[in-house]
Design a protein around this ligand. Structure first.
Ligand SMILES: [Fe+2]
Ligand SMILES: [Fe+2]
Length: 327
């Protein structure tokens, strides 16, 4: 019996495309992918180690599990993409761990998460209880670190990832590495939800009387975090375009303008005063077709739809209505 397995996309063509790319474009594609691999693997641990252990709301706890799972899938997808390329994948993975340009872009963000993990451990194990006088200090330090981690996650989801996605989409838009573009499109759609949740949590917590003062007291440092991420993004853009690589619709200048447009939008949506001028239109408007879920024409009731059917139950159906219902 023949079973026809339909694949959405295959990385085989991408491997061929990669082989035919100019070496500076190969470098651009790889550098971008390496950064995404390290950041998504950090993101997986972040939500599961930083936020989940201290979340008491069951729905939010479930969300962190889903979020962490998605980040793990993303990281595995990037690794799959690297393994599919006609090069020594081990060398690529090894470079991720020692490449200073990659690590320095992630360092501040990861440092914030590490700090919360440390405070989580102190608070969960009650290891400060020998000296009761330090309890208020510990509680405030823990809260402060958690707020910084939330912003760090927002920077990750709403900022750093976005410039990386644009770079991959630009390859696909130029008719090459298209399966990477399709994979990234799925990943980017998850990131939209991650970004939305960080925005929602920040906007809710900053008006909560138990948290408001933490947000207010640390406003300047929070702005500094965005500024430093933005500057690191610019350094990164200079690094990946150092050989003068260019794709139709994307070069260092356009990507920097996109980063400016994006950070202004990200900061405004959580009530922070942006430190950059507003860029009125998305300079990479062409990329929106990769991220707008409304462009995907798969209805929830299609038998081959890939979405979970959750949140669709109607419990207000009477016994009589069940009997009369024709399915
Ligand atoms: Fe991700
Ligand atoms: Fe994410």
């Amino acid at each position: 019996m023949n079973i026809n397995v339909k694949h959405d996309f295959s990385y085989l063509q991408d491997a061929k495309d990669f082989d035919e790319l100019l070496s500076k474009l190969q470098e651009l594609y790889l550098a971008n992918l390496k950064f995404q691999t390290v950041l998504d693997s950090a993101a997986t641990r972040t939500v599961l180690e930083v936020f989940k252990p201290i979340t008491t709301n069951p729905q939010l706890e479930e969300w962190w599990t889903v979020h962490g799972f998605q980040e793990a899938i993303h990281s595995a997808s990037y690794a799959e993409l690297i393994k599919a390329l006609p090069l020594n994948a081990t060398k690529v993975f090894d470079d991720i761990m020692i490449n200073e340009d990659i690590l320095s872009r992630a360092r501040e963000i990861v440092g914030r998460f590490d700090d919360t993990v440390k405070w989580n451990a102190i608070m969960i194990t009650d290891s400060f209880t020998d000296d009761k006088s330090v309890i208020p200090y510990c509680i405030d330090s823990h809260k402060k670190s958690l707020v910084f981690s939330l912003y760090a996650l927002n920077i990750l989801e709403a900022g750093l990832f976005q410039t990386s996605f644009i770079t991959t989409f630009a390859f696909a838009e130029n008719g090459t590495m298209e399966s990477s573009g399709k994979s990234m499109s799925k990943i980017a759609q998850d990131e939209i939800n991650h970004k939305a949740m960080t925005q929602h949590l920040i906007n809710r917590m900053k008006v909560d009387p138990n948290w408001k003062y933490i947000f207010e007291e640390n406003y300047i440092e929070i702005i500094k975090m965005y500024k430093s991420a933005y500057e690191a993004d610019f350094l990164w853009i200079d690094y990946i375009f150092r050989d003068g690589a260019r794709l139709l619709g994307l070069n260092a200048e356009i990507l920097k303008e996109y980063a400016q447009w994006n950070i202004h939008r990200a900061m405004s949506s959580i009530g922070l005063e942006p430190f950059v001028d507003k860029v009125t239109n998305n300079p990479c408007q062409w990329s929106e077709k990769y991220t707008k879920t409304s462009n995907l024409q798969v209805a929830l009731n299609e038998s081959d739809g890939i979405n979970y059917l959750l949140g669709k139950l109607n419990k207000n159906i009477t016994q009589e209505e069940w009997k009369e219902m024709k399915i």
